[in-house]
Design a protein around this ligand. Sequence first.
Ligand SMILES: Nc1ncnc2c1ncn2[C@@H]1O[C@H](COP(=O)(O)OP(=O)(O)OP(=O)(O)O)[C@@H](O)[C@H]1O
Length: 237
Amino acid sequence: MTIAIETQDLTKRFGDVLAVDGLDLSVPSGTVYGFVGPNGAGKTTTIRMLTGLLQPDRGTARVDGVEATRRGKLAETLGYLPAEAPLYDELTGREQLQYAAQFRRLDDGDRVEQALVQYDLLDAADRRVEGYSTGMRRKLGLAQATLHEPSVLILDEPLNGLDPGATRTVRELVETVSDDGTAVMVSSHDLTTIESICDRVGIVSEGELVADERPDDLSTGDGDRDLETAVLELTDQ
Ligand SMILES: Nc1ncnc2c1ncn2[C@@H]1O[C@H](COP(=O)(O)OP(=O)(O)OP(=O)(O)O)[C@@H](O)[C@H]1O
């Protein structure tokens, strides 16, 4: 079994705030991994260290065996969608993906058109991004993050602000990408969706991992405790 995402003793402090505190994560390839916890628990800070955007004070982060500090190499294996998709409002959806393809030096000219179809954006492909809804922006962000067919995909709050239909679309896209063998890490407060799409769930509280289990094991077999209750209990809320 290969490891898609691994951190060892990962630590980051901002002044008096210990945002991430000696975090040890190990996410096997092919897994959809839910990364949950209360506001300020350290999820985004962890993700920013995994994507090489932030230097840890201590410890290491690796994605598909690549040290997160090697950003050039990391870009080949990692797809990352931050909470606010990095899009240019003045471009059309197609131009945005063409720009990303150029940036990534993808030779396959069909890849952009395939992505527009896969992410159900063909009808909107020639409209400027500034007119896109939250759900359309998220789909375009996902299309951009997966254009190079990464082996690991990290999504920070991909479900935020989405209506049930758009939530389902993103959920299905995660499942499709995962079926193709990509490991997906999803941070979210939508615990119902996390419970339904994730193979494993890591719960962070005050920068520490307090649980790392299958959703069924966290929510207990007797049906009395769902994931939301488990998260509330384990994070002392
Ligand atoms: N650039 C920064 N400067 C100062 N403090 C920061 C910075 N980034 C994060 N923090 C602090 O680190 C802690 C963890 O923040 P982080 O954004 O990682 O939490 P989170 O789990 O992603 O929260 P949320 O669910 O609210 O998005 C918080 O106390 C936050 O205020």
